[in-house]
Design a protein around this ligand. Structure first.
Ligand SMILES: [Zn+2]
Length: 308
């Protein structure tokens, strides 16, 4: 059952091969609906560039900018334009996905030093298979590969700001990190919080729902009621909003772990209504549950389920 949707999609795509222009036209019309790039100031020195296609956090150190994520390759010039004339000295990647790292090469060529978790560097340094897209994704240019890596956590001082960063184990990918501007009390969390899009579990790179809940607990431990929490997509969150999303993820974890342990597939769980009363509308509930189930299968020793 789990493969029905993909089988259907492959069949639908095969039927469109004679209409090769259709996907292109669809892409063009969706481009015209793309929201305009926006800039919001979180403090005198901290701002968020949004709709590129997600969020890029920019902190003015007084001697160059520090960015968290760089936007997509297509929108990186728009990020650069929105930043004005200031040079970018430091760039953190919260994870390897192309909508967070597509601008890496542009900023690195202009002198930025890229920091990321070791696993994120590994994913950016080689071609990789994307099962969701059913294709190989080419590695970006070598300039896009992070040069400063860490495995656990670290600190640095930039201008007046004490910056802390650290690993979010298996939360959205296998190489997620947070970046916390402690003095400004701004916490960038990448796709580990997902108020706008369906929470994504990139199980193929090592994420699973248990890791996501643990990571959200770690982020709650770092933050307080005044913290401005910046997700990869969507508006800035309060700690209370992050707590609500964490509680929702934990409720889904408890239900889906129990059902997966009894041999239920994503389709079984969808039909059992596990998402029906959780208080959130999912754009693609099957896709979410498919990724949750795959994550459990990869981590069955962690939750005690017998899925073999
Ligand atoms: Zn992502």
């Amino acid at each position: 059952m789990a493969h029905d949707r993909r089988t259907f999609l492959r069949g639908a795509c095969a039927g469109l091969t004679s209409l090769a222009a259709a996907p292109l036209l669809a892409a063009q019309s969706s481009t015209t609906r793309t929201p305009a790039v926006a800039v919001a100031n979180l403090s005198e020195r901290v701002r968020v560039i949004s709709n590129v296609p997600g969020n890029v956090l920019a902190y003015n150190t007084g001697n160059g900018l520090l960015l968290v994520d760089s936007g997509s390759e297509a929108l990186a010039p728009a990020v650069r334009k929105a930043l004005g004339s200031e040079r970018v000295s430091t760039l953190f990647n919260t994870h390897y996905h192309a909508d967070q790292t597509g601008g890496n090469a542009l900023f690195a060529k202009a002198g930025a030093q890229i920091h990321a978790h070791t696993v994120t560097k590994q994913w950016l340094a080689a071609d990789y298979w994307s099962p969701a897209d059913n294709r190989w994704v080419k590695a970006p240019p070598k300039e896009a590969v992070p040069t400063v890596t860490f495995r656990e956590r670290g600190t640095l001082t930039a201008g007046a700001e004490h910056i802390e960063y650290g690993y979010l184990l298996e939360a959205h990918t296998r190489g997620d990190c947070y970046v916390y501007l402690r003095d400004s009390n701004v916490l960038a969390v990448g796709d580990v919080a997902s108020p706008l899009r369906d929470p994504a579990i990139d199980w193929f790179s090592g994420a699973w729902l248990g890791g996501r809940v643990d990571a959200m607990d770690l982020l709650l431990g770092l933050s307080n009621a005044q913290t401005q929490i910046v997700p990869a997509y969507g508006a800035v969150l309060t700690r209370a909003q992050l707590q609500a999303e964490r509680d929702l993820m934990f409720k889904i974890y408890e239900r889906t772990a129990a059902l997966t342990g009894k041999g239920n597939s994503a389709q079984d769980m969808l039909e059992a209504g596990v998402l029906g009363d959780v208080g959130r509308t999912f754009q693609d509930p099957y896709r979410f549950l498919y990724d949750v189930a795959k994550g459990f299968q990869s981590h069955y020793t962690n939750f005690g389920g017998n899925v073999v």
